[in-house]
Design a protein around this ligand. Structure first.
Ligand SMILES: [Zn+2]
Length: 341
């Protein structure tokens, strides 16, 4: 369908008569897939790409990219992160206020003994995460954070089993995951995984990529004129695999923290098996919100397979960390309490 051109002539501003060759399209509508438009877009992009300023800008961007490449702990994967700790914490503070106001009536009172139990597990994991960290600025950052735990009471049939740590050290646990955790080692599996996202700066990594996704989406839209397909392409090709890669990385880092903190590693396999069962029952319900949650995570069977493959190496790490030696209270130093400050 062609849309008629709307001329501004005979409106409030009387334009001087123009020769047909110099007619400008004042307030005219053009379709994005119009042939002329696409030719001019290609021409403009070619001009833009060969422009000297564009080359300077591209060189600057490349320098900025290389300068901000950081190595992930344990997996030694290089990734682009330009968001500093202070901004990461500010974003965490903002999200914290939002989540607190959303779930304020569902937060289990802090007098509940569950908090002390989860706090003890987190203290062990944090002690190891700080003591075994080669990065001095991250060590200081982790020590300075105001760590806190909030358990959210939810309907187990409606909310997927979930837990997360915000970049400012605030931990949220949905009650729907507690039965699946079953014991302290199960809880440590969840908490170490979430702490690993924090240690590996996964939220900053995701945020660092956002301006590029927006730019890419804008370029694709200007070429194709279809936003929905572009968004799906960016999500499917760039965002989802990256998120699955981060999940797997958090599993590995988390298990190393568990090994060094002397938790039972085979219990984490059992935890993921219980998680898989829960996932199956949720999938059976066909709830789109729950299916969406699981689609951003790696397949649980793959997770179990990976953990089983890592177990011999992790058991060796546990042994070399002195977990099987007779030690009078390896973690009896309760001065290292990162909560209630
Ligand atoms: Zn995760």
């Amino acid at each position: 369908m062609t849309i008629p051109r709307v001329s501004t002539r005979n409106t409030f501003h009387q334009l001087p008569p123009l020769r047909s060759s110099s007619l400008r399209n004042y307030a005219t509508y053009k379709r994005f897939n119009d042939n002329g438009s696409s030719r001019s877009t290609q021409f403009n992009y070619l001009n833009l790409l060969t422009n000297r300023r564009t080359l300077y800008f591209a060189g600057g961007c490349l320098g900025f990219y290389v300068y901000n490449l950081h190595e992930a702990p344990v997996t030694h994967r290089y990734r682009f992160i330009w968001i500093p700790y202070w901004l990461e914490s500010k974003i965490g503070d903002y999200s914290y206020r939002q989540i607190l106001s959303q779930y304020q009536d569902q937060i289990i009172p802090h007098s509940n003994p569950l908090y002390a139990r989860i706090g003890n597990i987190m203290n062990k994991l944090l002690t190891v995460a700080i003591e075994h960290n080669d990065n001095e600025s991250q060590r200081q950052h982790l020590k300075n954070l105001h760590w806190s735990i909030n358990i959210i009471k939810v309907d187990n049939d409606k909310y997927p089993p979930n837990a997360f740590i915000l970049p400012n050290g605030k931990i949220f646990i949905f009650s729907s995951i507690l039965d699946i955790c079953k014991n302290d080692d199960g809880l440590a599996t969840v908490l170490s995984h979430e702490l690993s996202h924090q240690l590996a700066h996964h939220s900053s990594e995701q945020l660092s990529k956002q301006p590029f996704y927006i730019l890419l989406s804008t370029i694709l839209y200007s070429i194709t004129g279809i936003s929905r397909i572009n968004d799906l392409l960016i999500k499917g090709v760039l965002e989802m695999p990256a998120s699955r890669e981060m999940e797997s990385e958090a599993d590995r880092i988390g298990l190393e923290l568990m090994a060094k903190s002397c938790f039972n590693l085979t219990e984490s396999v059992k935890f993921w098996e219980r998680m898989h069962q829960a996932e199956q029952s949720f999938n059976g319900m066909g709830d789109s919100k729950l299916l969406q949650f699981f689609s951003t995570h790696p397949q649980t069977e793959k997770r179990i397979h990976d953990i089983q493959h890592w177990l011999p190496e992790l058991e060796h790490l546990k042994e070399s960390s002195g977990c099987y030696e007779y030690q009078f209270g390896k973690f009896s130093d309760f001065s290292k309490n990162f909560f209630n400050r």
